[in-house]
Ligand binder design. Structure first.
Ligand code: SAM
Length: 282
């Protein structure tokens, strides 16, 4: 158990930084970067811009895909020396489609604290501006570059109800939209482009219309897609299975029984009787 503010322990801070607009940084993020003993950054040149803007004068080391193992030891050595360390990525929240989770795991395993300094995240900025249902949602991350692998992953979401949030590089946007349409059919969706930047654009459309975007695309994009909102049919499911389904989604047993009664147009007492019989038979 980590009591972040009660126990005094050497700490790795995962600090969120702007995804475009340089003013999108919290006071706590700036203070943390000004007070730690060292900052590890995905791209030290990008981070220097932030450092200069906010008067941060701390030793800056690179931490990226290609040196993360060597840097892990460096960070652990600093923590062993009772130093505090911050990790930042190029943009947004470290660890989210960015380097960070391995070092967080290693630091936790070594018994030190890992503390998040929350802030910008392209996932949440895109989700809340898309105009689609905001929860539940699933963050898919980047789809694999190989079409067959990407297709296999998208297929697992065909029947899922939640909104999907997908990262994609600009060059691959047309190909990915075509794949999403082939597998998911037509659905409402949004393309959130250049969030928080001068050319921020939110295109609220559907997958069929998005296919017209075959021209070369520029800028950073997040794809947000509506879940499968077609009405469920319950003929194949017993009352008990349906109640269990709602319980798994977070409902209490009482609420689950109410929901099943509503779905089937029956009284709660009749549903309860069937539920008891189903349960006794299993
Ligand atoms: N760690 C970052 C975060 O928390 O937002 C995400 C980093 S990931 C390597 C980069 C991807 O995030 C981009 O390809 C794009 O899909 C999305 N992204 C980052 N900044 C964005 C922005 N300003 N507008 C739209 N998408 C953005």
């Amino acid at each position: 158990m980590q009591k972040s503010f009660k126990d005094q322990k050497a700490t790795l801070y995962l600090v969120s930084t702007p995804i475009g607009h340089l003013k999108d940084i919290t006071i706590r993020a700036i203070e943390t970067l000004q007070t730690v003993d060292a900052v590890f950054a995905e791209d030290t040149r990008t981070s220097m811009v932030l450092f200069q803007r906010h008067d941060i004068k701390k030793p800056l080391f690179s931490y990226h895909e290609h040196n993360k193992l060597a840097r892990e030891q460096h960070i652990l050595d600093m923590l062993a020396d009772n130093k505090h360390v911050a990790l930042i990525s190029d943009a947004g929240t470290p660890g989210i489609s960015d380097p960070g989770y391995e070092i967080a795991q290693a630091v936790i395993a070594a018994g030190y604290h890992v503390v998040a300094i929350p802030g910008p995240s392209a996932i949440l900025a895109a989700l809340v501006s898309a105009g689609l249902i905001m929860q539940p949602f699933t963050f898919v991350g980047f789809l694999p570059k190989k079409q067959q692998e990407a297709k296999r992953i998208v297929e697992t979401y065909v029947k899922r109800k939640e909104t999907l949030v997908i990262f994609e590089s600009p060059m691959r946007i047309p190909k990915t939209l075509t794949l999403l349409h082939q597998v998911l059919g037509n659905r409402r969706m949004a393309l959130a482009r250049e969030l928080t930047k001068t050319f921020e654009t939110i295109i609220r459309t559907d997958l069929v219309s998005s296919l017209d975007m075959t021209h070369a695309t520029k800028g950073e994009y997040v794809i947000v897609i509506e879940g499968d909102l077609t009405k469920e049919t319950f003929e194949d499911e017993s009352v008990e299975e349906r109640v269990n389904h709602h319980i798994q989604q977070g409902a209490t047993e009482k609420d689950a029984l109410k929901l099943v009664a509503k779905e089937r147009g029956m009284s709660k007492s009749d549903i309860y009787k069937i539920y008891k019989i189903d349960r006794n038979n299993t």
